[in-house]
Ligand binder design. Structure first.
Ligand SMILES: [Zn+2]
Length: 338
């Protein structure tokens, strides 16, 4: 009870401080901050299953919060013009959505048109082409639907057991493996749970459908919409050989151009995993900017190829105290907040 009262009073204080401009940016150098989102979901059951998804309402409120603090929205295609005199603001904001989930489509379409919010969407063209399933959505669904309490899978010559509740542990293990090993581990999981059909996986709350080329092309009719490569099929840049990164990134760019007409120069690292070497490879493949998930802003005068992104958590009635803490933490260097 006491905790609830503290939370509520914290929220009220935050709202008052927000309306009095306490969180306003105070900077003398141009900065570019990028917010990263994934899915937009309203079903509470699905929100629990997919922790990166937030409600469309809290997403829009978060963008508005950033604007209130002094950020000006721009599209990624304007990034190289920010040195021009007409860009006389000091803080710029770019909105990005990863993975191209279908549950974002209607919202992005309305926001482009009605709210004039520019959006960069990072897609995996091979998955779009094949109406694929992201491997972690499949893993979560298989763990949930498996008939046994434990499953034994061979990893690195060992045979660890995973229980039904170990899906996160299993996913973390998968993320660290070279991509080919990840694929063979997924094969093992599929074989051991071969009684689960694809339809059952697609019916699971863990599965999120992705947009088709027609949907992406509808969004791309708007000049405020940009497309980034998110690899071919979400393979992590640091988990594949250099040559494969080169070939896959070029192929992803070509597929995006062929299917949408948009010649992207942006590469959004799946899971944010990257290195100086991967930047160098992608730069040679024609990408002018890469995007990580390092939660900090970017100073315009020190941007080379890679840009950091903040994870958008949504500005909602249940997280305002945490929101204030997060904002202060991420912006403390820029704003002298007492
Ligand atoms: Zn992703």
């Amino acid at each position: 009870m006491l905790k609830k009262i503290r939370c509520l009073t914290g929220d009220i204080f935050f709202r008052i401080e927000d309306s009095f401009g306490k969180y306003k940016l105070n900077i003398d150098r141009k900065i570019v901050s990028i917010l990263m989102y994934h899915g937009l979901e309203t079903d509470p059951g699905r929100l629990v299953c997919n922790y990166l998804d937030i409600t469309p309402e809290s997403c829009l409120k978060e963008i508005r919060f950033y604007q209130r603090q002094g950020y000006k929205l721009i599209s990624i295609d304007e990034l190289d013009c920010l040195g021009d005199r007409r860009y006389n603001n000091n803080a710029y904001l770019i909105i990005s959505f990863d993975d191209g989930f279908l549950n974002t489509f209607e919202h992005i379409r309305n926001w482009l048109k009605d709210e004039k919010i520019p959006v960069m969407m990072a897609i995996c063209p091979e998955l779009v082409e094949n109406n694929g399933i992201f491997w972690w959505d499949e893993v979560r669904a298989r763990f949930q639907l498996m008939k046994t309490d434990t499953i034994e899978l061979e990893i690195d010559n060992g045979k660890p057991y995973f229980t039904k509740n170990d899906m996160v542990k299993f996913e973390e293990k998968c993320e660290r493996l070279p991509h080919n090993n990840l694929l063979s581990l997924l094969c093992q999981l599929r074989n051991k749970t071969d009684y689960i059909s694809e339809d059952q996986i697609r019916d699971s709350k863990y599965y999120r459908e992705i947009m088709k080329w027609d949907d992406i092309n509808l969004l791309a009719e708007d000049n405020l919409f940009s497309i980034a490569s998110h690899s071919l099929a979400h393979e992590l840049a640091i988990n594949i050989p250099e040559q494969e990164l080169k070939e896959n990134s070029i192929k992803s760019r070509q597929m995006i151009k062929e299917k949408t007409g948009y010649d992207t120069k942006y590469y959004v690292y799946p899971s944010g995993k990257c290195s100086e070497k991967t930047d160098e490879v992608l730069s040679k493949c024609g990408f002018t900017h890469t995007f990580s998930t390092d939660a900090s802003t970017n100073y315009l005068d020190s941007i080379k190829i890679r840009l950091n992104r903040f994870r958008g958590i949504g500005y909602g009635s249940t997280n305002l105290r945490y929101y204030a803490h997060k904002w202060n933490k991420e912006h403390k260097i820029m704003s002298p907040i007492s």
